[in-house]
Design a protein around this ligand. Structure first.
Ligand SMILES: [Zn+2]
Ligand SMILES: [Zn+2]
Ligand SMILES: [Zn+2]
Length: 149
């Protein structure tokens, strides 16, 4: 029973993180912290790092906090929650930073329907280089229309 609950918490955390990523992106990154996200939309700098990467560090810290609660305070659910956040962050980095933005030259030829759909959706997001009126703020679960041809 404990194992099933553990897995359920891990999967729920992963899914909630997609919602959190969408929410953070739409209302915070394109909101009061636009100053940190702006350099991801307007490439006005030559560095590999973007101020935008700070959002990553924020979620990494939350995940580490969960591991800490599990390890030092005997909070067992801290482990599946911490791992769920980590797994989402890792997936987001692989999909958004490597596959879509090619920060490392990998997965360039991924061309299945799912890869095409999420890439198309995120490209639409980047068409808008301003703070407001964007679309497609999510990452792994884009609107269905992007899977249709
Ligand atoms: Zn954006
Ligand atoms: Zn980027
Ligand atoms: Zn992007």
């Amino acid at each position: 029973m404990q194992v099933a609950l553990w897995i359920l918490i891990f999967i729920s955390t992963f899914l909630i993180m997609e919602f959190m990523a969408w929410f953070t992106h739409k209302y915070i990154m394109h909101g009061f912290l636009w100053v940190l996200h702006k350099d991801h939309h307007k490439k006005d700098h030559g560095s590999w790092w973007e101020r935008n990467d700070l959002f990553f560090i924020f979620y990494a810290a939350v995940s580490i906090g969960c591991f800490y609660a599990w390890n030092s305070h005997d909070f067992w659910a801290g482990l599946p929650v911490g791992l769920g956040i980590f797994a989402y962050g890792f997936t987001y980095f692989m999909v958004h930073d490597i596959f879509i933005h090619q920060r490392f030259k990998m997965f360039r030829n991924a061309n299945n329907w799912y890869a095409k759909g999420i890439r198309r959706a995120h490209k639409i997001h980047h068409k808008n280089i301003n703070k407001g009126e964007g679309e497609c703020f999510g990452m792994l679960i884009p609107p269905l229309k992007y899977f249709k041809r």
